[in-house]
Design a protein around this ligand. Structure first.
Ligand SMILES: Nc1nc2c(c(=O)[nH]1)N[C@H]1C(S)=C(S)[C@@H](COP(=O)(O)OP(=O)(O)OC[C@H]3O[C@@H](n4cnc5c(=O)[nH]c(N)nc54)[C@H](O)[C@@H]3O)O[C@H]1N2
Ligand SMILES: Nc1nc2c(c(=O)[nH]1)N[C@H]1C(S)=C(S)[C@@H](COP(=O)(O)OP(=O)(O)OC[C@H]3O[C@@H](n4cnc5c(=O)[nH]c(N)nc54)[C@H](O)[C@@H]3O)O[C@H]1N2
Ligand SMILES: [Mo]
Length: 725
């Protein structure tokens, strides 16, 4: 019998917490959890100057199993000094994500050269000189790429962007291209800004949440306490998700006695569309509202542009087309339309279920159209909320870790540094992989993350990365990407985590709130350095004192002064080190319907229904996160929520099992466009027929990169696969 719990959160989260506390020491863990540092996991935002486990509204305790998981992991011991002598590359290549994570903290720099059987420890001095030489000797600056995951601070992000641009390239990219890029693009097209239109506080004033393509029960647990609050005050939640996610049906919030004991019902209406069926579903709801005369025409006329064409499209498409393309019945369109029309303050929240498609930008545009047609953008307690991933993914974007700098920022940087910056557009993340495959990248500097593991088509990604002369990783711990995504030469540098850094740093939450982290002392003994220090030393070796004294920038205050000068929205960073005054970025939260477009009106865009050209036998694969993982880092192999006992399972609907003549527990081969996986265990689950789900990153070997033209984000959620007995 397989273990499965009856609700999200609850006792299993508490037991896990106690177990982890015992492993690393309850007092030590408590002190770390309460330290004045922004939470390390998702971008919901927690901690900072108000102390750990306190949210933006000052509420305590905000308990989350995930933040404990990340914290306890950073408190593991160090990898032994002779580990790499004893363990060759061939063994390192066999490590699973969990095994790599469980090795513990990296505490000394290591290097691997082509054809060597082993990594070997090196000194920092050697590492700096080696990397600096590679940067100086690259044929052109555009032969170098810089990648950052969303964990680094604003200060590190700004240093990275400045260093790369002064060095001479715009090849500065971050994990956002595989994450919420489509949201940023679509929001900018619609309202002129690329982030949430609401503050955390707005969730306390909404009367309905439209939650689409997201699983906060596992990935943003603290959003669940907001949803239980909403339910307790009589509000409604509509969920759109091809998988019936247990925690979105019933959730137990550990810090709320009643919810913990009885569980809180979350979804009032749960619609299960086909993966990739969201545009049809959203248009179906819009068409229903239109027919019932419930579209907010006065709002559209006063505050939007382009609505006529969007409404016309909804009129023209037939309910038959919308039903077959979404997999949702006309009566469910009506149920959703009625719920929307009955509520005055609706928040539309989404995550990867919308962005991870080759039409991800259209998905978000279609959602924004519905939010506007119901008059829900630009008033308190209502609006658009992209549920962001990494704890500071939004912040590093705000400080310019992106290939395209906004023109005013670019000009400000040129003025600040008194030098001209490169004009040639930089590569996005997937373009970098392709360029590497062509032999056009000589050096890659990656700050955190797992670029290989986050890529579609793992074998192709490995082959491309292995063409790079020198790959440099800055990392707290090891992951399989360090070995599969190695270059001809690979250097891995051990870094301090946010709460171990000697200098205070800042982070930005998904609600545009900037917090200060005070740093702390290292959890382990070793030769760890901060990311910022490493960048400054390297810049100093490569560029000398030009055009700034890079060594002076090891002091975070100095970097913040530069950011404040270059980016007016972040002027509050100037003296945050002294005042400790955390702040909300101005001009992004809309409580009135006046937007940052040229006309001040929101722009609506027609979104065509996607066309899938797979053969009839193809199933649509969703690759997702299990309950016990953070991106490519796996903490627990068992997914208690979905009853999936290990990483190599496929969730299949009953109808599909019958059609394919297979049953729960069978071992099958799953074939995708890029590769196949044998011995995959079939799990019967509550998932839309025609759709199957597997865990990321293991399933990335199956998927060919099919990227959205506008956001350049791969279709991680609607890839064709075939099941073979
Ligand atoms: N514990 C934990 N927290 C995390 C992370 C983690 O790995 N672990 N990752 C962080 C990061 S970087 C991110 S980006 C976020 C990710 O947070 P999510 O976006 O919630 O993560 P996914 O597991 O990718 O799940 C997406 C959800 O979308 C649904 N879905 C898939 N395809 C479709 C579709 O076509 N339509 C609709 N409507 N739904 C669909 C899936 O069934 C799943 O429930 O979480 C962040 N927080
Ligand atoms: N098939 C499929 N692929 C996907 C996704 C999917 O849903 N399906 N999701 C995509 C998404 S949303 C994202 S955001 C990307 C994730 O892409 P990335 O952000 O590149 O990957 P992570 O797995 O978050 O990176 C984890 C690694 O970061 C390092 N690390 C952890 N903490 C720190 C730190 O404090 N400092 C430093 N320097 N390093 C640290 C550790 O080595 C750890 O193993 O993957 C994408 N890929
Ligand atoms: Mo993400």
């Amino acid at each position: 019998m397989r273990l499965k719990v009856d609700s999200g959160g609850g006792l299993q989260a508490v037991i896990y917490t106690l177990k982890k506390a015992l492993e690393v020491g309850p007092l030590k863990l408590w002190q770390r959890m309460r330290s004045k540092n922004a939470c390390k996991t998702c971008a919901l935002g927690m901690g900072g100057m108000k102390g750990g486990m306190v949210n933006e509204a000052g509420h305590f305790p905000e308990v989350c199993k995930k933040s404990l998981q990340a914290q306890a992991a950073d408190m593991q011991g160090a990898i032994a000094g002779d580990f790499f002598d004893k363990t060759g590359l061939s063994s390192l290549l066999q490590l699973t994500p969990k095994q790599a994570e469980d090795l513990g903290r990296l505490s000394y720099p290591i290097m691997h050269k082509a054809d060597a059987t082993h990594f070997q420890p090196i000194t920092w001095e050697f590492a700096f000189e080696y990397i600096a030489r590679q940067l100086k000797e690259a044929p052109t600056p555009d032969h170098v790429g810089f990648y950052a995951s969303g964990r680094s601070s604003n200060e590190t992000g700004f240093l990275l962007s400045s260093f790369a641009r002064i060095y001479g390239t715009n090849n500065v990219m971050n994990c956002s291209y595989y994450c919420h890029q489509a949201s940023g693009v679509a929001l900018k097209m619609t309202i002129g800004t690329g982030t949430a239109t609401i503050a955390l506080d707005d969730i306390d004033h909404c009367d309905m949440v439209f939650l689409i393509g997201a699983n906060p029960a596992s990935n943003h647990p603290r959003l669940m306490s907001k949803l239980t609050d909403l339910k307790e005050r009589g509000g409604k939640v509509l969920v759109v998700n091809p998988v019936r996610e247990l925690g979105l049906e019933k959730f137990r919030v550990p810090s709320k006695p009643k919810s913990m004991l009885l569980g809180t019902r979350i979804a009032d209406l749960y619609l299960k569309p086909l993966a990739g069926g969201d545009i049809a579903l959203l248009t179906g709801i819009l068409k229903t509202l239109l027919e019932e005369g419930k579209v907010q025409m006065d709002y559209l006329r006063a505050h939007t542009e382009g609505f006529e064409a969007v409404l016309e499209q909804a009129k023209q498409l037939s309910f038959e087309e919308l039903t077959s393309s979404s997999g949702i019945s006309r009566s469910d369109f009506k149920a959703a339309a009625d719920m929307l029309a009955a509520h005055k303050r609706v928040i539309f929240a989404w995550a990867m279920g919308l962005t991870h498609h080759s039409f991800g930008t259209d998905n978000v545009l279609a959602l924004a159209n519905l939010a506007l047609a119901t008059g829900n953008v630009g008033k308190p307690g209502a609006g658009l909320l992209p549920i962001r991933g990494h704890s500071n993914v939004q912040g590093i974007g705000s400080v310019g870790v992106a290939p395209d700098l906004q023109e005013p920022v670019r000009q400000a940087l040129e003025k600040l540094y008194g030098t001209s910056l490169p004009e040639k557009p930089g590569l996005d993340t997937y373009a970098l992989i392709e360029a590497a495959g062509r032999g056009d990248i000589k050096c890659l500097l990656a700050i955190g993350g797992n670029l290989w593991g986050s890529n579609p088509d793992s074998n192709y990604a490995a082959a491309c990365m292995q063409e790079i002369e020198t790959v440099v990783y800055l990392s707290t711990k090891l992951n399989p990407g360090h070995f599969h995504g190695r270059g001809k030469t690979t250097i891995i540098l051990p870094v301090l985590a946010r709460d171990e850094e000697p200098e205070p740093t800042t982070q930005e939450s998904m609600f545009n709130f900037v917090r200060l982290s005070e740093g702390g002392s290292p959890n382990i003994q070793g030769q760890l350095r901060s990311e910022a220090q490493i960048l400054c030393y390297l810049a100093n070796l490569v560029l000398g004192k030009e055009p700034v004294d890079w060594l002076k920038l090891t002091r975070a205050n100095e970097v913040r002064a530069l950011i404040a000068e270059a980016i007016p929205a972040l002027a509050g960073l100037k003296d945050i080190g002294e005042t400790k005054k955390e702040f909300t970025i101005l001009g992004r939260i809309f409580h009135t319907p006046e937007f940052k477009t040229a006309s001040g009106k929101a722009k609506m865009h027609v979104t065509p229904l996607p066309h899938f050209s797979f053969d009839d036998d193809a199933l649509r694969l969703i690759t997702l996160r299990s309950e016990g993982q953070f991106n490519s880092v796996v903490y627990e192999e068992y997914d208690l929520y979905r009853g999936m006992p290990h990483r190599f399972c496929i969730l299949v609907a009953k109808e599909d099992l019958q059609r394919l003549g297979i049953k729960d527990g069978d071992k099958v081969k799953v074939r995708g466009e890029a590769g196949s996986l044998d011995n995959i265990e079939v799990i019967e689950g509550d998932i839309k027929a025609g759709v199957v789900a597997m865990f990321y990153p293991e399933s990335n070997v199956l998927i060919k990169a099919n990227v959205d033209k506008r956001s350049r984000t791969p279709a991680f959620k609607s890839a064709p696969v075939w099941i073979e007995k």
